[in-house]
Design a protein around this ligand. Sequence first.
Ligand SMILES: [Mg+2]
Length: 303
Amino acid sequence: MSEEGAERAERTAARIASLARPLLIALDVDGTLAPIVDDPAAAQVPAATARTLERLDALPDVQVALVTGRDATQLAAMIDGARYWRVVEHGRRLLAPHEAPAEVTLTAAKRAGLDAFRARAEREWAPAGARIEEKARAVGVHVRELATSSPVEAKRVLSEAAAVARELGLAPRAGRAVCEVELPAVGATGDAVGATGGADGPGDKGEALARLIARLGVRGVVYAGDDVTDLPALEVAAGRGVALFVRSPEREAPTGLAGSAVDGPGALAAVLGALATRLDACRAAPGSPAADGGPPGATRGSE
Ligand SMILES: [Mg+2]
């Protein structure tokens, strides 16, 4: 990392360290903690980043939450993260530390809708070069590699996938080089998701983050995310702490967040590393100069 990049990471870490405690550090996963790769099934949170999260979560007045569009099983394959709060399936499921995900039991009609979509995807878009991803309650049509060889074809696949999803009564969600197709949100059709256990949310990361903030009673919040699906959560965090947009060639920072954008998962990992070091130092010597930039004394400590 360049000297300038390291300085930028330090400045951002100082801003976060000055937030009121208890502090929630909520982080999107794909494209934020885990670098984007061609095969979404191969994406991983780097080991060094995972260790930094453990250091942060071990601090007495800090909690880490992972926020993702993936389901809980997919998330577990990317990071050993059961120790954290986990917001999965775009906010539809909130899992406490060490809470196992409820078993998914879709009604036959709902299963049939997703199955019909997946069959169509395998038949029409996989041969064209799309990667089809199956989740507990959703199907993803990924076109990152296709977009490199044929951007026009990639666009066609995404728009067809969204149209077919709507025809089948499903809900398409656009992401970075992906169309994710889900069951309609809870309440939209009475009992749309139909899973046992767990608390269903509407499938909005911002709503889920607000719910988590209320549940934990935290006073400071930081959220980092890289996609349009993160914007509601970034908005929630901006009002209570720090919102960091993780920039990529596919997504420039939206106006309003450009000032607090970071350049990819590597730069975010540097911010988190600098933050962990800074907060560790504050804890070791609360009255020392190392605590400069820390929160005001009145807001320190567990509450
Ligand atoms: Mg992401």
